[in-house]
Design a protein around this ligand. Structure first.
Ligand code: PGA
Length: 246
C-alpha cells in the first residue's frame, strides 16, 4: 500500500518569518498520520525544522552537484542534510531556466544518495511535445537517462509527473491523461527496478488545487501531489491534504 504524499514546493517565495507563520497555521489543524512535505527556500529550512519537528517533512528545492568546496552560492547535499531528508531534483524550472541537463541531474542524484537524502525527481513534457504525441517517449527517456545504474529503495525515490504546460498555468492535466502517464511511468520504472516499481510513489504536479485534488488523487497510480501556488496558503494547502473529506 503506497501512502499518499502531499508535497508543497514553495519555489522562491516566503521569508523565514512568513514561513513560520504558515507553519503555525498548518499545525493548528489535525494533520493525522498523512505524509506531508514542504520544500521552502534554503533560508527557511532551519526555522521550519524547529516548528514542524516530525509532523511535516522538509525538502530542499535543489542541491549542488559537488561536495563542499569553492563553489560560491551553492549548497551541498551534506549541508542540506543537516536540516532535511528530501531534495527535489530536475524540476522543469531548474531544467529550463537554469539549463540543468541530464548529466547535471545525475550528478545531483549521486550526491543526494551519497548523503542519504531522499529524492523527488521531476519529469514532464512541454506543450509541443504533448501535442505532437511525443509525451510518452519524452518522459520515458527522462526516466531511463536520469535513473539508470543507480540503486534505490522504496523510500528514497519519489517521482513527480509535472507536465510543463500545467505548471502555474491553471490548466490542470485531466485525470485520465494524468493517470495514464503515471501508470506508464510505473511500467518504465519496472524496466529499471523490477517489482520495486509498485512501491515507489508517483506524484502529479501542475495546477493542483483544493477543487481538483480529489479527482487526481483518487487515480490508482497517482500517489500524491507536488503543489506549487496552492501550497503557499495554509488553508488552500489544507484543502488538498484533506481532499478525501471534501
Ligand atoms: P503549480 O506548480 O502547482 O503552481 O502549478 C507545481 C510545481 O511546479 O511543482
Amino acid at each position: 500500500m503506497r501512502k499518499k504524499f502531499i508535497c508543497g514546493n514553495w519555489k522562491m517565495n516566503k521569508t523565514a518569518k512568513e514561513a513560520e507563520e504558515f507553519a503555525r497555521n498548518l499545525l493548528e489543524e489535525d494533520l493525522g498520520d498523512k505524509d506531508i512535505l514542504i520544500a521552502p527556500t534554503f533560508t527557511s529550512l532551519y526555522p521550519l525544522k524547529e516548528l514542524f519537528k516530525a509532523k511535516v517533512k522538509l525538502s530542499a528545492q535543489n542541491l549542488a552537484a559537488y561536495d563542499d568546496g569553492a563553489y560560491t552560492g551553492e549548497v551541498s547535499a551534506r549541508i542540506v542534510k543537516e536540516f532535511c531528508d528530501y531534495v527535489i531534483i530536475g524540476h522543469s524550472e531548474r531544467r529550463n531556466i537554469f539549463l540543468e541537463d541530464d548529466e547535471i541531474i545525475r550528478k545531483k542524484i549521486k550526491k543526494a544518495l551519497e548523503n542519504n537524502l531522499k529524492i523527488i525527481l521531476c519529469l514532464g513534457e512541454d506543450k509541443e511535445t504533448r501535442k505532437s504525441g511525443g509525451a510518452y517517449d519524452f518522459v520515458k527517456n527522462q526516466i531511463l537517462t536520469d535513473l539508470k545504474d543507480f540503486e534505490f529503495n522504496k523510500d528514497n525515490l519519489t517521482l513527480a509527473y509535472e507536465p510543463i504546460w500545467a505548471i502555474g498555468s491553471g490548466e490542470v492535466c485531466n485525470r485520465e491523461d494524468a493517470q495514464k502517464m503515471c501508470a506508464f511511468i510505473r511500467e518504465t520504472l519496472g524496466s529499471l527496478f523490477g517489482d520495486l516499481k509498485d512501491e515507489i510513489r508517483i506524484l502529479y504536479g501542475g495546477s493542483v488545487k483544493g477543487e481538483n485534488a480529489k479527482d487526481l488523487l483518487e487515480c490508482p497510480d497517482i500517489d500524491g501531489a507536488l503543489v506549487g501556488g496552492a501550497s503557499l496558503k495554509a488553508d488552500e494547502f489544507l484543502k488538498i491534504i484533506n481532499y478525501k473529506e471534501k
